[in-house]
Write a protein that binds this ligand. Sequence first.
Ligand code: ATP
Ligand code: MG
Ligand code: MG
Ligand code: MG
Length: 439
Amino acid sequence: MRLSRYFLPVLKENPAEAQIVSHRLMLRAGMIKQASAGIYSWLPLGFKVLRKIENIIHEEQIRAGHLPMLMPTLQSADLWRESGRYDAYGEEMLRIKDRHDRDMLYTPTAEELITDIFRAHVKSYRDLPLTMYQIQWKFRDEIRPRFGVMRGREFLMKDGYNFDLTKEDALHAYNRHLVSYLRTYERMGLQAIPMRADSGPIGGEDTHEFLVLAETGESEVFYDSAVTDIRLGEREIDYNDKDQCRAVMEEFTSLYARTDETHDEALFNQIPEDRRRSARGIEVGQIFYFGTKYSEPMGATVQGPNGDQIAVHMGSHGIGVSRLVGAIIEASHDDNGIIWPEGVTPFHCGIVNLKQGDAEADAACEKLYAALTAAGLEPLYDDREERAGAKFATMDLIGLPWRITVGPRGLKNGVVELTSRRTGESEELSPEAAVARVA
Ligand code: ATP
Ligand code: MG
Ligand code: MG
Ligand code: MG
């Protein structure tokens, strides 16, 4: 992409309405624009990051054997009356009437809708296990939308639902989700710690939230500092292997790590004192096992091996896709702007031409652009007639992992400058070597 052809409405001033750094940087980098309270348009740069995050989630869900699908954002209230949640859900649900005076709602979560699909089509235990998921917009009329996309009213969520014959199978689905989520967050350069939590309006027995530690987080958390040393890393996971999935779950959830809702002072005090931590965290996902909470009232049963009707065991599993954009920035920035982890960066590499219009510099930039593209990378070429300082500031603000700076002086010696956004270190090398380093 050439910056002269792109839409990147960067702001020079700090927007007054933004209280936290991720919101400030997303506005300044021209990633989003507020449409109304808690509702945002995603401009090209922000949308690109959102798509990268979505893609990682799809890849990891499909790897775990879960099936992508898509449900509508608008639902009829009838299903929610069946489950008993229409009244229970309260003010966060946006209720709408259509022209025939029928009660509709904008989906805050989709347990009812998917259970209805399930009961219409699945009749036998032989069709289990089944896990389907979607990445779709949700609406919750949050009393205090704030912090930009972190607590929006309209927000993008991955929501997945498992249907199993037995509790044991459903707990395997739970563990599979836990492992796939760990992998998902690590690919985004994030450490998200599973913490025992409270189930809230989804209901259920077993639940973990995934929290990214950050001062601006809205949750209060308590944990054993040893949990922050565990990584999934590159290990091979066989998602069909119940024991392996359970072992990973136990490894990540045995040490004390809880949100304030389930915090237990007595248990916490059993941790060696130098490892006791209380901090703040951003909830970027949550997994639930809730048994037959929806299948029973809604009649989602299958015929079991002995011919009897069995209510299926279910769970649901969410990732805050749009919130993750903010969470990643909270975890990875400096005074000059965003520092994108490689996995989610909107472009891989910036090219800064120090002397736009100089035939040699222009030609060198074009050649770099072609070479990076041929290497399967997406460069962003700042081909505007701007001062070098302004170009550097824009690149730092939008946080691409690498910047290649091209100018007549370096070209005389056959070199360009390669700069790492994260370390700030620069080195001079040939254009070919720079491309090889970035690739
Ligand atoms: P919170 O405690 O932050 O209100 P939640 O527990 O109500 O979130 P869940 O029902 O667990 O949310 O939804 C799954 C995920 O969706 C959450 O873990 C979070 O990452 C994301 N999410 C929830 N509410 C919002 C929101 N208002 N804006 C952006 N993301 C959200
Ligand atoms: Mg909530
Ligand atoms: Mg919560
Ligand atoms: Mg939650």
